[in-house]
Design a protein around this ligand. Structure first.
Ligand code: GLA
Length: 744
């Protein structure tokens, strides 16, 4: 067999076309791949927009860099692919068989079909796509088993990207529940760096599948070359950064499905399409890298990415599991009086046999708990509508509690090892349903379908997931296929979500996983928004939202105003600061409104009304980060949004702790028109008739960007408890929001 192939290879070489360079360009970036039939494809370049001859003349084209190194014949390079044949042979030599180019709207795709010289029934397609309207390229691969016998994919990366840089600075996000998306910026030291996740269903709980690399030793907001990337995948991910080849000024990146414990058996005549890795390249710093990803997310990836989102009240922090009519009805009325647009009943409303009074029971039983809502949810929906608001409800459909009717009927529908006691999740009795089982897939679809069939006027669903994949065994999959579980579970989830969206394209669904533990681009086509974090302490939230917004746009990040003393930190934060923090994303509230004092209530009403006026800029504008809460003295944060026409902008500035006699920062604005004049207006000042001195001033964009603004009111302090009232509460935590409107 091998002999024939060698001959075939020779024929291919004889008839091979000349080496051809394929350049894919976006408005400001170019990616160049060289492919010659019968040879390994080579990666030449990813950088500023340029034509091939210029790249080659400058000496910046990489030479001899394989575009998709595989284990077996050239292992000095880190390998992106490892495949074991049914006979155990795991050496692969991919050569180009065919190159196709196609255009679909704004997307140009280059597909390079590779065939393994040693085992010609194995083919891999490398796909590279570029957008003509945004600086985004995408890569993925497709493994095709043309043979009759199964093969095992042991490493099957979506993307292999050589990055030309002499010295990289890495930005990545880590965290955990109530402390999501911490921004980490660190030198990418020599050697190999791996960032990955192994938590399955709560895939982003510790590490996020996104990164930025500042090239040439810097990662500035506006003035350095940056490559950013994110993996579009709802399951475990794996990134490798190889900084090992000193003489070549390059860092090798690869990203895709985490191969750990995921040897994937690919049956004969089947193929596996790997998830897309999305990249952006810019010479304008990490600010532009974020904006490129945000624009792409809103336009191409996030469901209803350009629609405005409502201001909602969620019942969770207010009443927890006490979702009784007596508790909820006043919340509906009080929130409507504040100008609210939607009411969402969180956990606690269900469990006909075992009412959901705590986290120990009822998941799986999605009928109403009559003990709390004797007349069902209909009266609550009607009351919400009567007050001019939309209605939403919480479910956690991928889960079951051992104490539930569902588990009594189907104890075999869960993920667990047949011989060992499973590890239980939240409340001591929670288990993850086995989505690889088609009956379970029907059940999960049915949870949403039944709810929406019975109540077609439900506008919004909060879809939660509070358990990682701790029991990594399926009772449905045969023993030989257990290591397909991570991938098949994720593909099954995608199948369910597609089915739901085919029938219910409009319903707004928020994704939650103990907060932001599922923050990933893979979920975006199915969910309009994500719950950023259960952490509603406004200071902590600044750090979380700042971190998340490196990659995720503001309109998909739900941010709620909690009560004055944070549920999770007991930090006392005044209402204005809390509103100003939540107003930088999709605003909501999470409290019992009747517990507000009269002055706080009046402020909340004003703040909600003001949010509605700035909402188009906040939710759809371009984000410019001005002062980082992670850098410098960490005592100020400032960021702004600018709308597309640059006629309107909103600037959020926060001073964290009070320090006497310290310097105030100069805030240099960005993204405005230098030659335009802007009128400044303070949005929702603490006291209606006492705006900051900048209020009403008209200033040029040039002045605002080059010389900046100072807000001395942020340093103001009050010396006695008498002056500190329920609005100010403490001298810490001051904020000012300014709206800029072009004066024509
Ligand atoms: C998770 C979510 C919360 C809330 C609770 C309900 O913790 O993150 O927002 O919905 O579940 O049990």
């Amino acid at each position: 067999m091998k002999k024939t192939l060698l001959i075939l290879g020779a024929i291919v070489a004889v008839f091979a076309a000349q080496a051809k360079d394929y350049a894919l360009s976006t408005p400001n970036s170019t990616l160049i791949i060289s492919a010659t039939e019968g040879k390994a494809p080579h990666f030449l370049y990813y950088g500023s927009r340029a034509d091939v001859s210029d790249v080659k003349a400058s000496g910046r084209a990489l030479s001899e860099q394989e575009a998709y190194p595989a284990y077996g014949t050239n292992c000095i390079e880190p390998f992106a692919s490892l495949v074991k044949q049914h006979d155990g042979d795991n050496a692969v030599k991919f050569v180009v068989e065919k190159v196709t180019e196609s255009v679909d709207g704004t997307i140009t795709t280059l597909s390079i079909l590779l065939r393994d010289v040693a085992h010609p029934t194995l083919a891999v397609k490398l796909n590279y796509s570029a957008y003509s309207d945004l600086d985004i390229v995408k890569m993925n691969t497709e493994y095709i088993n043309e043979g009759k016998k199964p093969i095992v994919l042991q490493k099957y990366m979506s993307a292999f990207l050589p990055i030309q840089s002499d010295n990289c600075v890495l930005l990545h996000l880590d965290g955990s529940a109530k402390n999501e998306c911490n921004e980490n910026i660190e030198p990418l030291t020599n050697g190999v760096r791996i960032i990955s996740s192994q938590t399955g269903s709560r895939v982003a709980i510790f590490e996020n599948a996104s990164f930025m690399l500042g090239l040439n030793g810097r990662l500035d907001e506006a003035n350095c070359p940056v490559v950013a990337g994110t993996l579009v995948w709802m399951g475990n991910f794996h990134f490798e950064f190889h900084n090992t080849l000193k003489s070549s000024a390059k860092t090798l990146f690869m990203g895709g499905i985490n191969p750990a414990a995921s040897d994937y058996t690919l049956a004969g005549k089947k193929s596996l399409v790997t998830p897309e890795m999305v990249f952006t390249y810019t010479t304008n710093g990490k600010g532009e890298a974020s904006r490129n990803l945000h624009r792409w997310a809103r336009k191409y990836q996030l469901l209803d990415g350009t629609k405005e989102r409502e201001v909602l009240l969620n019942s969770w922090e207010g009443v927890h599991f006490d979702t009784t009519e007596a508790n909820l009805e006043p919340m509906v009325k009080d929130f409507a009086a504040l100008g609210g647009e939607m009411f969402v009943v969180d956990d606690g409303w269900f469990g006909p046999k075992y009412p959901r009074n705590d986290a120990k029971s009822s998941l799986g039983d999605w009928g109403v708990a009559k003990s709390k809502l004797p007349n069902g949810i209909r009266p609550l929906i009607d009351l919400t509508h009567k007050h001019g608001m939309k209605f939403g409800i919480w479910i956690e459909p991928e889960m079951v509690n051992v104490k539930s009717e569902l588990y009594e009927k189907h104890p075999d529908w869960v993920l667990r090892h047949p011989d060992f006691e499973p590890t239980y999740g939240r409340g001591g009795g929670q288990l993850l349903l086995d989505l690889t089982n088609p009956q379970v897939q029907d059940f999960v679809f049915g949870v949403v379908d039944d709810l929406l069939t019975q109540n077609p006027d439900i506008y919004y669903i909060k879809w939660d997931n509070n358990m990682s994949m701790t029991n990594t065994q399926s009772l449905y999959l045969p023993k030989a296929l257990q290591s397909n579980l991570q991938v098949d579970f994720t593909l099954a989830l995608e199948k369910i979500l597609k089915r739901i969206r085919a029938k219910y394209p409009q319903v707004v669904i928020q994704l939650c996983a103990s907060g932001g533990a599922r923050l990933n681009y893979g979920f975006m086509p199915y969910f309009q928004e994500m719950w950023t974090s259960d952490q509603t302490d406004a200071y902590h939230r600044i750090l979380i939202q700042w971190g998340s917004m490196n990659f995720y746009p503001s309109n998909m990040l739900a941010a709620h105003v909690g009560s004055a003393y944070s549920k999770y930190t007991q930090r006392l934060v005044p209402i204005k600061f809390r509103f100003d923090v939540a107003s930088m994303c999709r605003l909501g509230m999470e409290m019992v409104p009747s517990k507000l004092s009269d002055t706080e209530r009046a402020y909340a009403k004003r703040a909600i009304a003001e949010y509605k006026t700035i909402r188009p800029v906040v939710q759809q504008g371009d984000l410019y980060r001005l002062i980082s809460p992670y850098e410098g003295d960490k005592n100020f944060t400032s960021l702004m949004y600018v709308n597309e026409s640059k006629e309107r902008a909103v600037v959020f500035t926060y001073r964290h702790l009070i320090w006497r006699e310290t310097q105030m920062p100069i805030i240099r604005l960005q993204g405005l028109k230098a030659d335009a004049k802007y009128r400044i207006r303070e949005v929702a000042p603490e006291f209606e008739n006492q705006p900051v001195a900048l209020n009403g001033k008209v200033v040029s964009g040039k002045m605002l960007m080059e010389e900046g603004i100072v807000i001395p009111e942020l340093s103001k302090w009050y010396k006695s408890n008498v002056e500190l009232n329920d609005m100010r509460a403490t001298n810490d935590w001051r904020s000012v929001v300014l709206e800029l409107t072009e004066v024509k």
